[in-house]
Design a protein around this ligand. Structure first.
Ligand SMILES: NC(=O)c1ccc[n+]([C@@H]2O[C@H](COP(=O)([O-])OP(=O)(O)OC[C@H]3O[C@@H](n4cnc5c(N)ncnc54)[C@H](O)[C@@H]3O)[C@@H](O)[C@H]2O)c1
Ligand SMILES: [Zn+2]
Ligand SMILES: [Zn+2]
Length: 395
């Protein structure tokens, strides 16, 4: 089959690899007609290179049709239409039972000190072959696949794999009071969807902040009050002006460790991407090369006693955190990979009734898998209005 593979920093290639096979009696094999490209894949493109091996198959936002199941799989059968969550969650352990699927105790990557294994996401997360491929081996066949109905085109359900539950969790963790206010930093797929979820859940004032004109326009078109980072001399003052002088009840950071505006560490990030793994790995884990610009902004913006919800991914350690301000402002911080299955019962009914979150028109690009190298580059550089890319393997 064809698959998108990592071959080196900023070097993704589509190559022929062996088809995946059933390995455990509870596995399923899924044919993948639609699979997303995520902001998290961009960390692999550049910064997280030290944790990848040449030939690793990327991607963690697949959906498709079950081809084949192992002898112990009873909950799905060949021909079923399914979406595959990015967490490899067993669905039955203590953590999964409490809704913390990203901490699944069956798939936890203990030798790396990490939570649940993830598809296509480095040795930190189990080196599991990913979903930007024509076929995918899916573990936990009785509990992991989300069965979805026939009818609407793939994009209606595809974003259940990551974007929808991630945005849903971001808003749930931010927990702005009804009639309250929320600022969202970053209007990529996650931030944009978080603003839609917040509006759907009745948050009165939703402020979106980014520096890419098409992304700001897109959010504005569905009623978000946007601020262009490039022209905001004093972002904190601008946001406080919009929120009775106090700051928003909650702030979502949908940017993560590669934030624009932290020039000192940009070079370090690029260097780490080019170092030999043995040197770069400890540097990355312990050296703390996060660009915390977005987090610092969130700490400044949020009102006293408010909540910061991080869905942007962080990976380093040593950057200074303004503990005095966090403590003095009585800020609550919540974060983590999305617990996909935790939110499926909340989201799936919305997708069956209609399209209140606008998922049908959410993707800006549908591309053949073969164009993945150009697509990664376009998405990273935010060219051609690319906000969400969906690959169509075999199409
Ligand atoms: N927690 C999870 O489960 C989960 C799931 C998916 C994605 N993510 C993470 O969420 C983040 C966003 O993902 P995405 O797919 O939307 O990617 P993205 O990279 O397209 O979005 C990031 C956006 O932030 C903007 N930005 C950069 N610096 C900024 C700053 N200082 N202030 C405000 N905006 C800034 C960029 O212009 C871009 O539009 C990434 O870190 C990704 O890894 C987390
Ligand atoms: Zn993703
Ligand atoms: Zn589990």
């Amino acid at each position: 089959m064809k698959a998108v593979t990592w071959q080196g920093t900023r070097d993704m290639q589509v190559v022929e690899v062996p088809d995946p096979r059933l390995e455990q009696p509870t596995d399923a094999i899924v044919r993948v007609p639609s699979t997303g490209l995520c902001g998290s894949d961009l960390h692999l493109y550049e910064v997280l290179g030290p944790f990848l091996d040449e030939g690793d198959i990327l991607g963690h936002e697949p959906m498709g049709i079950v081809e084949e199941v192992g002898p112990e799989v009873t909950e799905v059968a060949a021909g079923d239409r399914v979406v595959i969550p990015f967490n490899n969650s067993c669905g039955t352990c203590h953590m999964c039972s409490t809704g913390l699927h990203s901490q699944c105790e069956t798939s936890q990557v203990r030798d790396q000190g990490s939570g649940a294994a993830l598809f296509g996401y480095t040795k930190l997360y189990g080196s599991v072959p990913g979903g930007q491929a024509e076929y995918l081996r899916v573990p936990f066949g009785n509990n992991l696949p989300i069965k979805v109905p026939e009818g609407p085109a793939d994009d209606r359900f595809l974003f259940l794999s990551d974007v929808l539950p991630t945005a849903w969790q971001a808003v749930a963790y931010a927990d702005p009071p009804s009639g309250g206010s929320l600022a969202v930093l970053g209007l990529g797929p996650i931030g944009d969807m978080a603003t839609r979820v917040a509006q759907h859940r009745g948050v009165e004032k939703v402020i979106g902040i980014d520096l890419v004109p098409e992304r700001l326009e897109r959010a504005k078109a569905h009623g978000v009050e946007v601020i262009d980072l490039r022209s905001a001399d004093d972002l904190g003052a601008a946001v406080r002006d919009m929120t009775d002088g106090r700051g928003p009840d909650a702030v979502i950071d949908a940017v993560g460790m590669e934030a624009h505006g932290s020039p000192a560490t940009k070079l370090a990030h690029q260097i780490v991407g080019l170092l030999p793994d043995a040197v770069a790995e400890p540097l990355m884990k312990k050296g703390g090369l996060d660009r915390l610009n977005a987090l610092y902004t969130a700490i400044d913006l949020v009102r006293r006693g408010g909540t910061i919800s991080l869905s942007g991914v962080y990976g380093g350690m040593a950057d200074p955190i303004p503990m005095l301000t966090l403590f003095d402002k009585q800020v609550q911080l919540r974060m983590g990979q999305a617990n996909v299955w935790r939110w499926v019962p909340d989201i799936l009914p919305l997708l069956q009734e209609g399209d209140p979150l606008g998922v049908d028109g959410f993707a800006t690009h549908h591309l053949p898998l073969e164009q993945a190298p150009e697509a990664y580059d376009m998405f990273q550089k935010k060219r051609d209005g690319a906000v969400k890319v969906v690959f169509k393997p075999g199409g």
